[in-house]
Design a protein around this ligand. Structure first.
Ligand code: AMP
Length: 287
């Protein structure tokens, strides 16, 4: 059975032993309830590192007061089986008290990139993400860490943090894994009723339509946004949080598709908030 470490000390000891043997270490941070999206990150990490640590931690500091921290799905047994079958060597599954002991009051905060998109509707979210990911980097000290393009703003934020704070590791971005019908895989898809699950397809339909428009040479960001919004608006169960086109590096809105960009959306299907996106270079080539 794969080892599940619950304390920082256990992880440090294991990593120290690997380092003594000269082995490289990859890290895949997750909140658990693992699916094929997470699995693609773990598989890539296993291909590129001698040993892989998967963290499974529903991080309280990245949830706002009215968000789904308490109801977030959890299934450690299933997660352990998936990690083991994919080739990971260790799961780090700390308690909230292990990560945030009494008296904890240090946070990693970021300007600019976190003030757009999800950062606008989730004001404490990226402070929580940057803080927990920094802690995981310090605990595991990996050579490489793996993040999904599904959370494109998170990936940009982590890359910026690693550059700004001189963190000594490589960040690897991995493509979005989708269901056969197009819906981006997400632990939160489990909240959807059968009717909502059908309605949720409007996100990927809208993303694919926007992508096609850009590939065909559209350079007006507003036209892209309007097209994507009109598709979402055709679904009565969907309510737009945002649909935006931003500079891929700065996450600031742009009028023209004249540089690498991210087209991103957050949409409520009933009570469930889902995100999707695509990234592209100027001129419609794949990012
Ligand atoms: P989460 O457990 O939702 O915090 O996600 C952990 C990591 O898995 C993040 O880097 C996500 O971007 C990535 N991830 C989640 N869903 C997908 C997906 N459908 N495709 C690729 N990566 C994903």
């Amino acid at each position: 059975m794969i080892t599940i470490a619950e304390t920082v000390a256990e992880v440090r000891e294991q990593v120290k032993a690997w380092r003594k043997e000269g082995l490289s270490v990859g890290l895949v941070p997750t909140m658990g309830y693992l699916h094929e999206g997470h699995q693609s990150l773990i598989a890539r990490a296993c291909a590129e590192n001698d040993r892989v640590v998967v963290s499974v931690f529903v991080n309280p500091t990245q949830f706002g007061p009215n968000e789904d921290l308490a109801s977030y799905p959890r299934d450690l047994k299933h997660d352990a089986a998936l990690c083991e079958e994919t080739g990971a060597a260790l799961i780090f599954h700390p308690t909230p008290e292990e990560m945030y002991p009494n008296g904890f009051c240090s946070y990693v905060d970021m300007d600019v990139l976190t003030k757009e998109l999800c950062g606008l509707s989730r004001p404490v979210h990226f402070r929580g993400v940057c803080t927990v990911v920094s802690k995981l980097f310090h605990i595991v000290q990996p050579d490489r860490a793996y993040f999904g393009e599904k959370d494109a703003q998170q990936l940009a934020v982590i890359r910026r943090m690693v550059t700004d704070l001189n963190m000594n590791l490589q960040i690897v971005g991995c493509p979005i894994v989708r269901e056969a019908d197009g819906l981006a895989k997400s632990s939160r898809n489990t909240y959807l009723s059968p009717e909502e699950r059908k309605a949720a397809l409007v996100l990927s339909r809208s993303i694919f339509a926007g992508k096609k428009l850009a590939e065909f040479g559209e350079t007006d960001a507003q036209k892209l946004v309007d097209t994507m919004k009109s598709i979402i608006a055709s679904e009565p169960l969907a309510k737009i949080d945002y649909v935006k086109v931003v500079d891929l590096m700065t996450m600031q809105q742009i009028p023209k598709l004249d540089r690498p960009f991210l087209a991103a959306m957050a949409v409520y299907i009933g009570k469930t908030r889902l995100i999707d996106n695509f990234m592209m270079n100027a001129g419609g080539t794949a990012e």
